[in-house]
Design a protein around this ligand. Structure first.
Ligand SMILES: Cc1ncc(COP(=O)(O)O)c(C=O)c1O
Length: 387
């Protein structure tokens, strides 16, 4: 059995009971549970509207698509600034919608987009900034938000890894024109598969709802007037946008409702684990670890070798494997290091030394909403004397 896996389940009888109730109801496709979960999740974050999807990747996809349909705020070949570290499906919709990406380096401290470089990368052509709050640590969202407002640039916030973190007492997931979340297995709450797109703009909300399910008008609120839907003529098969079908199911939402009740507890436990990890590794001579002065919701613990050393890295991985400790690349690593970059229209802004270093010399081990004292101490014992 794995001693320290990347993923831990935080489900118990409550989630199982919620699943059984849905099974008993015999209603599985998107319905009242999804609606209830959306409402409660939006309330939790203090946002007006939430649209649940079958994954965080789908939430990203419909979000980017919606900017094309809302007053053509984005157009084919528009320029978008992105951080060099994110997840593959942070970027995929940008390629799929024909956007040009300008890639900006991250800080080696928090692994988030470097604000000074970001400011310099903006030109008249910049139409959107994509930020990714990496592994529970917020970007400089307050400054980025201000900049976007001043320059009339869209801010898209991929918060899939950072539910529960805050900057200046404001939660991540509340800064983007649209902000997304993932509820995949290892995330802060888990609905098996699942995601959520959040916005405060009613029209954007309606577009998201439409393109989540076939592009039809059927799911739109009755009060919706500004898309010029004639309520009387509206029928079940009126299509408004080229859409997808990325709906979640009732089982996912029923579990989400139970997980949401536990979120505060899960967050606290993650932070307790983080505090122990930080105490043990903060003075490490060997590794950089992720640093932040913000409220961190700690998705995982990153370790980046201060000095590149391939042999040492291999030795570390061997020891971790022997001791049944799982590890992986930091998020998706540096986007330019993957073959899929060749499908993008892209430009590297200046250079990406930090993202390249994190890609080459870094890895992470898991955190979760359960007590990991034993696992973290063992990890520290194994790594502290390694040469
Ligand atoms: C930053 C980021 N965005 C998007 C996703 C995609 O979420 P999902 O796995 O739910 O599709 C992930 C997945 O972990 C992620 O880390």
């Amino acid at each position: 059995m794995t001693f320290y896996p990347l993923n831990f389940s935080t489900w118990d009888k409550k989630e199982n009971l919620a699943l059984k109730k849905v099974i008993k109801s015999n209603f599985f496709t998107m319905g009242s549970k999804v609606k209830e979960f959306e409402k409660k999740f939006a309330n939790y974050l203090g946002r007006k509207y939430a649209v649940m999807t079958n994954s965080g990747s789908s939430a990203n996809l419909i979000s980017i698509a919606s900017f094309f349909f809302k007053n053509k705020k984005l157009k084919y070949k528009d320029e978008v600034i992105v951080p060099a570290i994110g997840w593959s499906t942070t970027y995929s919709p940008l390629q799929q919608y024909g956007l040009k990406i300008k890639i900006v380096d991250v800080n080696l401290t928090d692994l988030n987009i470097n604000f000074e470089l970001l400011k310099k990368a903006i030109t008249k052509k910049t139409k959107m900034i994509v930020v990714v709050n990496i592994l529970g640590v917020p970007c400089e969202l307050d400054k980025i938000r201000k900049l976007c407002k001043k320059k009339n640039i869209i801010l898209f916030e991929d918060n899939c890894e950072s539910l529960g973190s805050e900057i200046n007492k404001k939660k991540t997931g509340t800064f983007g024109d649209i902000s997304t979340h993932s509820f995949f297995y290892s995330h802060h709450i888990s609905t098996m598969e699942g995601g959520m797109a959040l916005t405060d703009d009613f029209e954007t909300y309606c577009i998201l709802k439409s393109i989540r399910a076939h592009g039809w008008a059927r799911d739109l609120p009755k009060s919706k007037k500004n898309l010029e839907i004639d309520e009387k003529k509206r029928n079940l098969y009126k299509f408004l946008y080229p859409g997808y079908n990325v709906r979640p199911g009732e089982l996912n939402a029923a579990v989400g409702l139970e997980q949401l009740k536990k979120l505060k507890y899960l967050e606290r436990q993650r932070i307790t684990n983080w505090e122990l990890f930080y105490k043990l590794f903060k003075n490490s001579k060997l590794f950089h670890i992720q640093e932040t002065s913000c409220k961190n919701s700690s998705f995982a613990f990153t370790l980046i070798l201060k000095k590149s050393n391939v042999k040492l890295k291999e030795k570390i991985f061997k020891i971790l494997k022997e001791n049944k400790i799982e590890y992986r690349m930091i998020t998706g690593g540096c986007i330019t290091k993957h073959p899929y970059i060749n499908h993008f229209d892209y430009e590297i802004f200046k250079s990406l030394p930090n993202a390249n270093k994190a890609h080459k010399d870094g890895f992470f081990v898991g955190n979760a909403g359960i007590d990991l004292t034993k696992q973290i101490k063992k990890l520290h014992n194994l790594l502290e004397n390694i040469r």
